[in-house]
Design a protein around this ligand. Structure first.
Ligand SMILES: C[S@@+](CC[C@H](N)C(=O)[O-])C[C@H]1O[C@@H](n2cnc3c(N)ncnc32)[C@H](O)[C@@H]1O
Length: 228
């Protein structure tokens, strides 16, 4: 198995990259309010697969129509808007460390008339002083991928992948569900990073398997965990 702590770093990992990225997306949105920006993993239908998974599993563990939901590294907030449009009625929170992303998501919420239903706020998910409470459902779509590329170390020497499950544990209620979609990590790698004495693998979402040069693999994977 790949050593997940030794991924190459890239500009996708820097906060400056995301500030610039969302500043440009805001500008595009101002010029054309229908352009709500990049939807990560759209080509694999990742967002809809996550929403469908939650809809199909209402009644399981903490998944209810009115579950509280936190989206970590929310970007343009699209995943939360999609949940609301698919009849999820609970409190929705989107956090991102890029203030440009937060402002962008707030602007889209206003345009959609959803600004009462969702709170977007700026926070670094690895900031130990950040304590937003516990949620029924916590989501990550592409955020661990971006974070892993930052090369950032917690306390100077601990790789992000080593502390990531502690962040999830802090944010989930007992019985809560964590659902992550990634293109950098395989299902086995995610299980290795996330499982601990409280967080247990529950389900994965099926994606079509691509075959190239005799090697089989999905482009992305989505994996759900339960906090016991
Ligand atoms: C690949 S984008 C995905 C955005 C969104 N989840 C989506 O699916 O469109 C990664 C996001 O994670 C955010 N991010 C990266 N590191 C973060 C951190 N430490 N705390 C909070 N957000 C972070 C970036 O600003 C960016 O919005």
């Amino acid at each position: 198995m790949e050593d997940t702590t030794k991924l190459n770093t890239s500009k996708l990992g820097t906060k400056q990259y995301w500030d610039d990225f969302y500043a440009l997306e805001r500008q595009n949105f101002r010029e054309n309010p229908e352009d709500t920006g990049e939807c990560w993993f759209d080509d694999s239908n990742g967002e809809m697969k996550m929403v469908e998974f939650l809809s199909d599993n209402i009644g399981q563990h903490s998944i209810k129509q009115d579950s509280s939901v936190l989206d970590m590294g929310t970007g343009n907030g699209h995943l939360l808007f999609e949940l609301i449009e698919n009849d999820f009625t609970g409190k929705m929170y989107g956090v991102d460390y890029s203030q440009e992303s937060v402002t962008f998501a707030q602007e889209i919420a206003k345009e959609k008339g959803l600004d009462d239903g969702i709170v977007f706020s700026q926070a670094d998910i690895f900031d130990t002083a950040w304590n937003p409470g516990e949620f029924d459902i916590v989501l990550d779509k592409g955020t661990l991928d971006a974070v892993a590329l930052s090369g950032f170390k917690v306390d100077g020497d601990r790789p992000i992948t080593e502390v990531y499950n502690k962040v999830i544990e802090k944010l989930l209620k007992k019985g809560g569900v964590f659902l992550i979609t990634s293109c950098n990590f395989t299902q086995d790698e995610l299980i290795k990073i996330i499982e601990n004495d409280k967080l247990k693998f529950w389900h994965s979402i099926h994606y079509p398997v691509l075959e190239f040069g005799g090697v089989k693999g999905s482009t992305i994977c989505s994996v759900a965990f339960i906090k016991e």
